[in-house]
Design a binder for this molecule. Sequence first.
Ligand code: 5AD
Length: 385
Amino acid sequence: MNHHQIVEWLRETDPTRLERLWHDADATRRRHVGPEVHLRGLVEVSSYCVRLCGYCGLRAANTKSRRYRMSKAEILDTARQAVALGYGTLVLQSGEDPGITVDWMTDVIRRIKAATPLAVTLSLGERADDELSAWRAAGADRYLLRFETSNRDLYHRIHPPRGDSRRDRMVILETLRRLDYELGSGVMIGIPGQSYDDLARDIEQFAALELDMIGVGPYLPHPDTPLAHLDQRPASADDQTPNDELTTYKVIALTRLVRPEANIPATTALATINGSTGWEQGLSRGANVIMPNLTPAEYRALYDIYPDKVCVHETDADRGQGLRHRIAAIGRTVGVGRGDAPSYVAGRKAAWTERAESDQDTTSTQESGEDSPYCKAKENHGLDD
Ligand code: 5AD
């Protein structure tokens, strides 16, 4: 699919043609990631944030937002709850909170990994390379960092830099890839000032970055943020992407087509604009992951990135049996185990094979032998002689 075709699909209004898009996305999903819907327990560990993102209710300047940070014991409790509910992954998300120190989070990750079989996904914002590296070494498996929009101007308008402006999210995504995290990113749909061209480029970017997890959701204006009160329009008025349900399904479907082996959630933001069938429709049009909220009730409403987040009203049943019934009702099964993205598993296998082959080459030709213990042993042996 080329850029022009993606734009055409994003602008498509004919229901019959759209049925074809939903059908193709669903068939691709079935072929590449199967019938399983993977459940990830989302824990919003801290609402403190030092950033000033124009769209997000947690922005530092929002004095109306009451801040909290969960204790280690509370986080460990949610991990046990995730296991009891049969989930394979715990997602630890927060604002960009310097109170979450590298050692503190390292300990949290180690304890979760020691006590449970859960995969751990981090979504803690733009952290320093050495922190990301320490958390990977402590056992964190995946990292989510949305690039929000691939339009550089728009990105800088809604996301003022802090410190080194060259170290933006694209650079950090490269670092995360190098650290061998299973890599997740995504965008908001219908940001004021986002054009159809921009959104099509976002989707192309998902493929270029070879993402393993791709989360997309509608932009939802938060009254206590500057973006909600700004009238930003792209060059021509009919070029503004809508932040609606239909456009969200189109982006989910197109994302599945360009990245068949990725994990794609039907997001909370989608369920916020359609609480009754948003998840089902997302899952039927390309998505294969749901992230039920496990944040303790007393904190949940305080993690106020956008208004009326659907999970605030969720009950225990919505996270357990009720959710399983909804998944079964659309002919799908609940995933067992960690639910790694096939794209990541295949990438790792390829890297191992390449390494094994190059090790073999090295041993047979007895060249450099830098990272082959076998060669080093031989060289040492020679020296000893
Ligand atoms: N509307 C929709 N999504 C939002 N996010 C933050 N604020 C909003 C909003 N007002 C999304 C961003 C962020 C993710 C954690 O939540 O994409 O990366």
